[in-house]
Design a protein around this ligand. Structure first.
Ligand code: CA
Length: 399
């Protein structure tokens, strides 16, 4: 019996040594020399630092790590990966799966949502759609310890200074008592809770709307919804305006005129033959306000007039597809009708092929907004301008 106990003890000692991470000692030095003095300077107490950082080790399984102190090879962008075509991003099944649960939440929180709308001026549909996109209304698994993720990235990831400050912000949130350490979960990128806020965004935008004294974006649906609304409000949401409208874009209006830097009053587009696909006129409070053409798949997909609010949604996530998904889902909580224009299947391509095309366009003097292998509006209209220069009808899409 005693022998077996000794063997067991010996085994566990050996295995704990064997499983100590190769970077643990260096990580401890990093915390002691770089994080703790900076955190103290920002008002984090000794007791919080001791409580939250003792025994912490880096999670070397996180994606996108480089090496201790950023010494190592940066992760490669996978330019072989298939470019995600708009037709795949905007699948009907995705919207249909989110509409029902969203409506149920709107009923459950009807009175609170009315108060949130009155306070922040952001429509409930937009709030719900962002919540849906970020965490499936809180149903998505967000499994990581935020402090561990942020400290690991600060020590051995990209953008180390950024993550060091995010780590200190996370310690501030714990010090202020909004959440316990065991409940402060994040994604592998450090985005926290149901609205997926980075800690610095939490400090600026999260609000306590259920009145319990804590800004709890992990467990409180009400705090989550109000925090999303506050984020959009402080990023310039224009009260009383829509995000945009699906339109019929006549062939006489070139797709190369896409983009928020080509805004004009919506009435001027109407004068050029633009109509809404619904057949209804533009609302009277919108028609004299500015808007711009939006063509996420060039002439291979539906066309839109986007308002300034579309670009406020993009402050949440810098992607036309994301913002359109949110705006369209928000509309669907009403009638649940899909896009009228068809997302036509487009040629399969890779990020590498897109980047090569962008480099060719840049060589011809076009502004594609950086050859990153992603197709934003600057790339789309540059393709269109190149097509027009060659004497073709511009599609503003590859092909
Ligand atoms: Ca609260």
């Amino acid at each position: 019996m005693i022998r077996r106990l000794l063997v067991a003890l010996g085994f566990s000692l050996v295995s704990s040594l064997a499983f100590a991470g190769p970077h643990d000692a260096e990580f401890q030095r990093y915390l002691t020399n770089e994080v703790i003095p900076a955190a103290k300077a920002q008002g984090i107490s000794d007791s919080v630092l001791k409580r939250e950082l003792s025994g912490l080790t880096p999670n070397t399984k996180l994606p996108g790590l480089i090496g201790p102190y950023g010494k190592g090879n940066p992760p490669k962008v996978n330019f072989q990966a298939e470019f995600r075509a708009p037709a795949n991003y905007f699948r009907e099944s995705q919207f249909n799966a989110l509409v029902g649960p969203g409506r149920a939440l709107m009923n459950k929180h009807a009175r609170t949502l009315a108060k949130i709308e009155a306070t922040y001026g952001v429509p409930k549909g937009i709030i719900l759609a962002i919540w849906a996109r970020e965490s499936g209304y809180g149903g998505a698994k967000i499994p990581h310890d935020a402090v561990e993720v942020l400290a690991t990235r600060a020590f051995m990831g990209e953008r180390r200074d950024f993550f060091k400050q995010e780590l200190i912000s996370a310690l501030k949130i714990l010090q202020d008592g909004h959440i316990s350490r065991s409940s402060m979960k994040s994604s592998w990128g450090g985005a926290m809770g149901q609205p997926q806020f980075m800690p610095s965004s939490f400090l600026k935008y999260a609000v306590d709307f259920d009145g319990d004294g804590r800004r709890d974006i992990w467990r409180s649906e009400i705090d989550t919804m109000a925090s999303i609304a506050n984020y959009l409000s402080l990023h310039g949401w224009v009260k009383g305006r829509e995000w945009g409208f699906e339109i019929n874009l006549p062939n006489s209006v070139s797709c190369t005129r896409e983009g928020p830097d080509n805004r004009q009053p919506i009435s001027a587009f109407v004068g050029e033959g633009v109509t809404r696909v619904s057949g209804r006129p533009f609302p009277s409070n919108e028609v004299n306000q500015p808007g711009n053409i939006l063509l996420p798949a060039g002439r291979y997909g539906p066309a839109f007039i986007a308002t300034e609010n579309f670009y406020v949604i993009k402050e949440y996530n810098e992607s036309d597809a994301y913002a359109l998904f949110v705006g369209h889902l928000a509309d669907r909580y009403g009638s649940n009708s899909g896009f009228v224009g068809e997302w036509k299947p487009t040629k399969a391509t890779t990020r590498g092929a897109v980047r090569t095309l962008q480099q060719k366009l840049e060589a011809k003097g076009h502004d594609v907004g950086g050859a990153d292998g992603l197709i934003g509006f600057k790339t789309r209209r540059s393709i269109g301008k190149d097509q027009e220069a060659g004497g073709y009808f511009a599609t503003c899409w590859i092909g």
